[in-house]
Structure formats: structure tokens, C-alpha cells
Design a protein around this ligand. Sequence first.
Ligand SMILES: [Zn+2]
Length: 115
Amino acid sequence: MGTAVIARCSFCAKPNTEVETLIGGPGVFICDGCVQLCVTAIDGKPADAPLIAPWEHDLPLEQVLSNLGPVSAASTQVQQNLAAWVAKARALGGTWSQIGEALGMTRQSAWERFA
Ligand SMILES: [Zn+2]
């Protein structure tokens, strides 16, 4: 466990300081506890289980409302992560044109969003 909060698990929101391992993906993270939950879910999953978007399930309003904060927090972390990666590209000499191209936007749009 580190001493500084660098990132939070995108699934349970625990910071790196409170988990054994935090694995990073493209702007997202998952902790060892959530990986274990995933392994259990995968092992117990019926072979013909349909894939349904989480918000398409039959849920009560309270559960939907309680999910909004965590989804928003995960989105905020992704946006902060993207800004940090763009700053890293700039520090390495990347031009706004290169960054815009990588993001599928114009040089001007990239500059307006991240400068
Ligand atoms: Zn987690």
C-alpha cells in the first residue's frame, strides 16, 4: 500500500491506499477485491446469460439514484486522468496538433479543452 492517493478503483471507489493492488487501464482502475468479485461472477455465470446494460435492469428508483454519484465520480477520475496524460504528452514535447489527432479532434479543440 502506498501513502499517497493516486487513484481510486473505478468499481468500488477505494483509493490505492486502502487496497492491496490497484490495476490501471485506459483512465480506469480496478482493485484486487473487485477483481476477485469479477472472478466469482464469471465462475458462477450461466453460459446463456444475456448481456444487458446495467441501467436496463428492472431497478427501483433509490438504487438508480444511488448509482449516479459513483458513476459521476468515475467519470471525473477518467477526465482527470485524461488531462494528466495530455499534460504528460505536452511535457514530452507533443504538439496540440498531435494531441488533437490522437483524440480525434482538431488542434484548436484540444487546446481549448486542455490548455
Ligand atoms: Zn474495487
